[in-house]
Design a protein around this ligand. Structure first.
Ligand code: FES
Length: 273
């Protein structure tokens, strides 16, 4: 195998650039990977605890349903919390009530182009960062069996889109359940509204969504509507990373608020009725 050596760096065809130094960087390049690891770990641990808790997911008075339990399918679900009905059997302990949506949403996030970059760098360390020596000797891309599901991202997008529609419905219904019945607004409504906006921002700014809208077109001029939508989605796409993090934050905030109200720890702050 031909090997090219340039002073202290080694490059092998098909391999990784090698540098004997631990890093050539002089800036604080490690701050980003550490924050990314902390953020993703926090979300995964928090989500797992809440999903397996099987409690405090629903506020009967105002019909708040946390997104971690939507759609609620288990026989144990509160009837009003199950918009699409329940299966006739009870789920075993520690089984997610939202059994259909959560695995898809997890796969949607895990295969997301931005998150891939984030955890490849910060957790997998392939590569850790530019001009930082990485621990892996070879690069196989996403061709190995374990990595093949990464290529199914566009299909997870379709289902995630439908689940975001369900989340939107979950957000609208509580506006019709004020304290004395009828229309009402509480802090919970506003938190759920912001969450749904962030979820739509994340879903619509997806690279697959952009490709579905504007890809494979021979002429934008002959498809003005798709071009217009592709342009808007491209603008959102520039902020996809931010929508990724903001939607994680809004999901946890929404769930935590509903859990606190549901458990009686706090009462919902009512703005109108
Ligand atoms: Fe991130 Fe599709 S690229 S959700």
């Amino acid at each position: 195998m031909e090997t090219t050596v340039t002073s202290t760096r080694t490059t092998r065809p098909g391999g990784r650039a090698r540098i004997p130094e631990r890093t050539l960087r002089t800036d604080r390049w490690w701050v980003g990977p550490i924050l990314t690891t902390l953020g993703l770990t926090t979300f995964l641990v928090y989500g797992a605890v809440r999903v397996f808790q099987q409690d405090h997911y629903w506020v009967q008075e105002h019909h708040y349903l946390t997104p971690f339990y939507s759609p609620c399918l288990a026989a144990q679900c509160v009837p009003d919390a199950s918009l699409f009905g329940r299966v006739p059997w009870e789920f075993p302990p520690f089984f997610p009530y939202a059994l259909l949506s959560l695995p898809i949403l997890l796969l949607f996030r895990v295969t997301c182009y931005y998150y891939r970059k984030a955890y490849y760098r910060s957790i997998w360390q392939a590569p850790t960062a530019c001009a930082v020596r990485e621990p892996h000797r070879s690069y196989t891309g996403e061709t190995r069996p374990l990595m093949l599901p990464q290529n199914g991202h566009r299909y997870f997008f379709y289902v995630a889109f439908a689940i975001t529609v369900i989340n939107t419905w979950d957000m609208l219904v509580p506006f019709l359940h004020g304290t004395e019945g009828g229309f009402g607004i509480g802090l919970g409504n506003l938190i759920m509204l912001v969450n749904v906006l962030m979820l739509w921002g994340y879903t619509l700014s997806c690279h697959s969504c952009r490709h579905i809208m504007g890809g494979r077109l021979r002429s934008f001029r002959r498809n003005p509507v798709r071009y217009w939508m592709w342009s808007r989605i491209s603008t959102l796409n520039n902020r996809h990373m931010w929508f990724g993090w903001l939607s994680i934050a809004s999901l946890m905030t929404t769930d935590a608020y509903i859990a606190l109200v549901s458990s009686g720890t706090i009462t919902d702050l009512r703005i109108l009725n």
